[in-house]
Design a protein around this ligand. Structure first.
Ligand SMILES: [Mn+2]
Length: 341
């Protein structure tokens, strides 16, 4: 047994101890649950041998991306939306693929994550490894160390989680991710994976992308596009558009925004993998009005603006005033963070 396996076995013991004598122990995932979060939560529940009722998977938001909803449906993963007030009625919580702020969260916490923690982060159980590409990798290690069996559905979910978080081992990947990936591939259902991972857009969303690209503005290597009001079920076009904008020659930063209700959601991208310099996650955090509204990784991040910060509430894709407002914000944050270094 190697050192890594031993420490994972110890982590499993500690986590089981944390869960003991807690009849209802919810597993909390991010605001818009993603495949890594959902699969990892399902894996933790299996590891602890708990039922859906004893450990419901909960989120303060909802699963929005159609392929993520399809994944949850095909793999039988149910995410229950809860309010902050409801969350605070639980004595203990396991947070997966995210970190609640201990200052604002009353429950005792176990945290399993791979996003960089704020300094001095503490919880009853903490396993935070920013060098690992997906939490699903960490959970796979737990399951292997514990000797628990992994069902086909769970292996498929965990593999899909690693695929999406690492862009199929192309982004922010560690040797541990590759090892978990190879292990899971033996167990997973390839046909199911193909059915999950096929995103599609309605025609109106594609037309809006065209208008957003026509109205795109760029300055000093930063490209910004605005999609206007996003119809229900089409929010996943935002990260796709942000990715696409990063392909433009000479562009090293991109942002794509759109209105969801009266909130302005913005996906930020930065080229250059996990290299040095200012990261997209830092930019998103500095743009956020309050903690929790912005964050992410070096290469990809997301921020949500709430009404009252003065953005134009335009429904029109490519609206010049909104594009200008967004460009000033993103360029300002990038410059300010560069100046600090
Ligand atoms: Mn993740």
């Amino acid at each position: 047994m190697g050192v890594e396996e031993k420490s994972n076995a110890r982590r499993v013991q500690e986590l089981r101890l944390f869960a003991r004598d807690t009849p209802v122990l919810p597993i909390l995932v991010q605001w818009d649950p993603d495949p890594d979060g959902m699969a990892s939560a399902a894996g933790i529940r299996a590891l602890l041998h708990r039922t859906d009722d004893a450990s419901p998977i909960v989120s303060l938001g909802q699963v929005t991306r159609p392929e993520n909803r399809r994944m949850a449906e095909l793999l039988g993963i149910q995410v229950t939306q809860v309010t902050e007030r409801e969350l605070n009625t639980f004595r203990r919580l396991i947070a997966v693929d995210m970190q609640p702020q201990p200052a604002t969260c009353r429950a005792r916490l176990a945290v399993i994550d791979h996003h960089p923690p704020p300094p001095g982060y503490t919880a009853d159980f903490v396993d935070i490894r920013p060098d690992v590409g997906a939490v699903a990798t960490m959970v796979t290690q737990y399951l292997r160390a514990s000797g628990s069996g992994i069902s086909v559905a769970l292996a498929t979910g965990l593999l899909y989680g690693i695929r999406t978080d690492t862009d199929v081992l192309r982004r922010g990947t560690s040797g541990q991710d590759v090892e978990a990936y190879v292990f899971l591939q033996e167990l997973a259902d390839e046909d199911l994976l193909r059915r999950i991972g096929r995103p599609s857009f309605p025609q109106e969303a594609v037309t809006a992308v065209g208008q957003a690209l026509t109205g795109l503005r760029r300055e000093n290597g930063i490209a910004v596009a605005y999609l206007g009001r996003l119809a229900a079920g089409t929010a996943h076009v935002l990260p796709n558009l942000a990715d696409f904008c990063l392909l433009i020659e000479g562009v090293s930063w991109s942002a794509a925004g759109g209105l969801l209700g009266d909130e302005l959601a913005v996906n930020v991208r930065r080229s250059g993998g996990s290299g040095g310099g200012t990261g997209a996650g830092e930019v998103a955090r500095s743009l956020a009005q309050e903690p929790g509204l912005g964050g992410g990784h070096h290469a990809m991040a997301r921020v949500v603006f709430r009404p009252g910060v003065g953005y134009p509430l335009s429904d029109d894709p490519g609206d010049p005033a909104t594009v200008e407002w967004l460009l000033r914000r993103v360029a300002g944050a990038v410059e300010a963070l560069r100046a600090v270094r």
